[in-house]
Design a binder for this molecule. Structure first.
Ligand code: ADP
Ligand code: MG
Length: 582
């Protein structure tokens, strides 16, 4: 279709709003255009988080010379003619606003050669005005280079997030495109470094590996294609096995007719499918493509096109729920296979009785705690810290319940101690003490293990090196998205470095939140949680006594670092009353 300006009645019905609010939205609009032009290769370059430069080059069909200027007029589009077309949009763009809006707030150079023409053309626009036009030799396709974004909108500049945050946003955006368009080869270059590349071989599973990382991808189950009752709704993609889960729903990625959408209700359908398979507060990882006839979806409800409306939302919901549930049931429906995952911290403990049983059989009998010795971390063999004043009375260990709770007696009655929470408390205070004494927190790993991470995680790590070093985790860049683990926190020496990192990444992802405790404190708590003895670990009497001795000398023995109780106390008087003998 040639480009033309939309009639007023069409314009009036297009969801109004700012198309470009941040550099990432410029990337989104330009990539959408490239995809609509049928590109098979799209190269994206970004400098200074997009404020200095955003460039998107594609090998799509290009723009006819006669249409090039028109493309920059507001509401000029080749993708839509009449109001009726709005009901069956098959392209990503349709409003004819993006190029005009971007050009208005930047210096923009476009080069394009239409596939049926011999030469290409270029335009240079400054603040929306054409200042240069020329014919050029170029291969078929289009490239748009946007410089000095928002330079003439000081108000907007003030509200832009940091270049780092923007980079992360752009990386996430690109990884979503790579998932939904596995047949397109995307490369993303951030500040002259290639940060992401998809193979473009059309295999979703390959994109999945490059985006989620090999480790996560391995735990994903293939969904569908499932065809809904209506026949018209199809669901396919990948979801995590119940052994893999996250602390929030940000890894539930949903696409409707090739468009990434944020839809709380659809995400809920996915979560529902895991009912009874995941612990409360844990969420699956999912990449799911839903397709249905375009006239059953309204994509024109949100300025950034991030939301859609369905003609029959309940049917879509149930098609999605069924497809995911069916996959989980086929995969066994069990929480985790025996062995590998049964003992790892990502498996909710209460339900993994098999795991508890196994653990009590096979656990390495290295004493975890030594009695009457203030050595806290068995792994480090560090010298005993100076004794701290006692904060609890001396307790005598009686035994263990459910391989999780220690029963002890003190002068004031009975104590029930949560071994995991208590150990977290002990480790946490020891960590803080060491930090205060400026002792080294880290331990070099014997073999320099390397770790390949998804691009978004890699950029997160790269930008948080300092905080990580403060807790003893040193990662050295080692090729694209790959790190060499130089050291890990000493108290985690006997844990899987990957597991350690996974926990740390979850914390980093949440980022700095105003009014909340600092990132570093949260990282420390996280590390302690991972290092602490798990519920379900059978402890010997000496080990229990050792743990209790240490707890008695912590500053705040009654709660774990996350604020949950470490012990329940029942006085002799209470016991007597309970037995009706007051
Ligand atoms: P929309 O995508 O909503 O139509 P845009 O302002 O993004 O509006 O683009 C205007 C028009 O310019 C498009 O309809 C299309 O015809 C043309 N165009 C923009 N980018 C490209 C591209 N990369 N390749 C081919 N045509 C393009
Ligand atoms: Mg567009």
């Amino acid at each position: 279709m040639p480009i033309r300006v939309l009639e007023d009645d069409v314009i009036a019905r297009i969801a109004a709003g700012e198309v470009v609010e941040r550099p990432a939205s410029v990337v989104r609009e330009l990539v959408d255009n490239a995809l609509d032009a049928g590109a098979s290769r799209i190269n994206i370059r970004v400098e200074a988080g997009g404020r200095r430069l955003v460039e998107v080059a594609d090998d799509g069909h290009g723009i006819p010379a006669a249409d090039l200027e028109l493309a920059f007029q507001r509401h000029a589009t080749s993708k839509l003619w009449s109001v009726d077309d709005l009901d069956r949009i098959q392209t990503l763009g349709f409003r004819g606003e993006a190029l005009a809006s971007i050009a208005a707030v930047s210096r923009l150079r476009i080069r394009s050669r239409f596939r049926d023409e011999q030469t290409g053309n270029t335009l240079l626009l400054e603040d929306g005005e054409i200042v240069e036009r020329a014919s050029i030799g170029s291969p078929p396709g289009t490239s748009v280079t946007v410089e000095n974004l928002f330079h003439n909108v000081p108000a907007r500049q003030k509200f832009l997030s940091s270049p780092l945050a923007e980079k992360r946003q752009i990386t996430l955006l690109l990884s979503r495109y790579a998932l939904v368009q596995p047949q397109v080869r995307f490369t993303l270059t951030l500040d002259d470094r290639e940060s992401f590349r998809s193979s473009g071989n059309g295999v979703l599973a390959d994109s999945l590996v490059s985006i989620l990382g090999r480790d996560v991808a391995r735990d994903m189950l293939r969904v569908g294609p499932h065809i809904g009752i209506e026949d018209a709704i199809r669901v396919c993609g990948f979801v995590s096995s119940p052994a893999l889960h996250r602390s929030d729903r940000s890894r539930i990625l949903l696409f409707v007719n090739g468009r990434h959408v944020q839809d709380a209700s659809l995400a809920y359908a996915v979560i529902q499918a895991y009912h009874t398979l995941l612990m409360k507060g844990r969420f699956p990882v999912a990449v799911l493509m839903i397709s249905l006839p375009p006239e059953q979806v309204d994509v024109n409800v949100h300025p950034a096109k991030a939301e859609v409306r369905f003609q029959r939302p309940r049917e879509v919901f149930s098609a999605l729920l069924r497809a995911v549930r069916a996959t989980l049931m086929e995969a066994g429906g069990s929480r985790s296979g025996p062995g590998r995952n049964a003992l790892s911290p990502k498996v909710p403990v209460e339900d993994s009785f098999a795991g508890i049983w196994q653990e009590s059989q096979t656990i390495a009998r290295k004493p975890l705690f030594a009695d009457e010795q203030a050595t806290v971390s068995a792994a480090t063999g560090s010298p005993a810290a100076p004794q701290r004043p006692r904060s609890l009375p001396m307790l005598r260990v009686i035994g263990q319940i459910g391989a999780s709770f220690i029963v002890a007696e003190g002068p004031a009655g009975m104590y029930l101690i949560d071994q995991h929470a208590a150990h977290e408390r002990i480790l946490y205070e020891e960590f803080l003490d060491r930090q205060e004494r400026e002792e080294t927190m880290s331990q070099f790993t014997l073999v320099g293990e390397t770790l390949e991470l998804p691009a978004s995680d890699a950029s997160l790590i790269a930008s948080s090196q300092e905080q990580l070093r403060a807790i003893g985790l040193e990662l050295e860049p080692f090729g694209p998205n790959t790190f060499l683990i130089r050291s890990i926190p000493a108290m985690l020496a006997d844990q899987e470095p990957r597991e350690v990192l996974r926990g740390v990444l979850e914390e980093l992802e949440r980022g700095q939140q105003p009014g909340k405790s600092t990132l570093e404190q949260r990282l420390i708590r996280r590390v302690c949680k991972q290092a602490a003895v798990k519920a379900g670990t059978v402890l010997g009497r000496e080990e229990m006594q050792g743990l209790v001795r240490q707890l008695e000398r912590t500053r705040s023995p009654l709660t774990c670092p996350h604020g949950r109780p470490t012990l329940l106390h029942m006085s002799a008087g209470q016991l007597a009353r309970e037995f009706g003998r007051h």
